[in-house]
Design a binder for this molecule. Structure first.
Ligand SMILES: NC(=O)c1ccc[n+]([C@@H]2O[C@H](COP(=O)([O-])OP(=O)(O)OC[C@H]3O[C@@H](n4cnc5c(N)ncnc54)[C@H](O)[C@@H]3O)[C@@H](O)[C@H]2O)c1
Length: 254
């Protein structure tokens, strides 16, 4: 049977754990050559080893999506190793502490926005010229239900993920006639290593989030997100562009 990503090169940020790890492993089994990008060295090495052990192609790059020099390095890993870049998954993200707007310091706000929103912007800024030269490319951003709703996280995370939805739509529209597609998935509750991002959750923010979590039908797995991602980055999703897709087991249906 033909593999869905044969000959493609996919760079996935936050590929060392959870949803990004599952994407990297699934895309490799579908024939893609993978750039495993993550800020944690051990995680990068583990995922590269898993892919290679199962006969796939992978190269690892350790870096922080919030740093321009690391972003440059991640993109160069794809082009230097494989000579092209077909798929970019902006998946790395960090949670907030459920902090309300009056509780957030400038430092905390800037750190979260730099990872969750500025990182994807910078990755796209370097990836899109390569995709334009190729005449094709696919970008998939990992937003969140907090990118669609106001009460699923703290203010900074919610704002960052709404921002990523806007970046997705603008990218999709701008390059729609240039062979580049851009979509976003909005996971509901997925069992991963991601935490609430600190040990001092705001009472108000956490209590509000719990109102939402009490109506979660069930938690999803990283693999359930990866199969949807595969559809969107492969030719199965060739007519899907600018979509903001909730993948939440029905949480938003409530
Ligand atoms: N798990 C959920 O319930 C859930 C829900 C909605 C959205 N999301 C989003 O899904 C994405 C993946 O999260 P996950 O749940 O798999 O979490 P995770 O913590 O298991 O994996 C995230 C990975 O990103 C890496 N990372 C963090 N900051 C980075 C940086 N600055 N540069 C490079 N890599 C970095 C981490 O080291 C980690 O390996 C995130 O964007 C998150 O906001 C998750």
């Amino acid at each position: 049977m033909t593999k869905k990503l044969e000959g493609k090169v996919a760079l996935i940020t936050g590929a060392g754990s959870g949803i990004g790890r599952a994407m990297a492993i699934l895309f490799a089994t579908e024939g893609a050559s993978i750039v495993v990008a993550d800020v944690v060295t051990d995680r990068v090495e583990e995922v590269v080893a898993v892919i290679k052990d199962t006969g796939g192609n992978a190269v690892g790059v350790v870096g922080n999506v919030a740093l321009e020099s690391d972003v440059e390095n991640m993109i160069a890993s794809a082009t230097d190793t494989y000579g092209r870049l077909d798929i970019l998954c902006n998946n790395a993200g960090i949670m907030d502490k459920m902090l309300t707007i009056t509780e957030i310091s400038d430092e905390f706000w800037e750190r979260l926005i730099s990872v969750n929103l500025t990182g994807p912007f910078r990755m796209c800024r370097r990836a899109i010229p390569i995709m334009l030269d190729q005449g094709s490319g696919v970008i998939l951003n990992t937003s969140s239900l907090a990118g669609l709703h106001g009460g699923r996280a703290g203010a900074a995370y919610t704002a960052s993920k709404h921002g990523l939805v806007g970046l997705t739509r603008n990218t999709a529209w701008t390059y729609a006639d240039k062979g580049i597609r851009c979509n976003a998935i909005c996971p509901g509750a997925v069992e991963t290593a991601i935490g609430i991002g600190g040990d001092e959750p705001s009472e108000l923010g956490f209590a509000r989030m719990c109102l939402g979590t009490s109506i979660i039908p069930r938690a999803g797995s990283s693999e359930e997100l990866a199969t949807v991602a595969l559809m969107l980055v492969s030719d199965d999703g060739s007519f899907v562009n600018g979509a903001i897709l909730a993948v939440d087991g029905g949480w938003t249906a409530y």
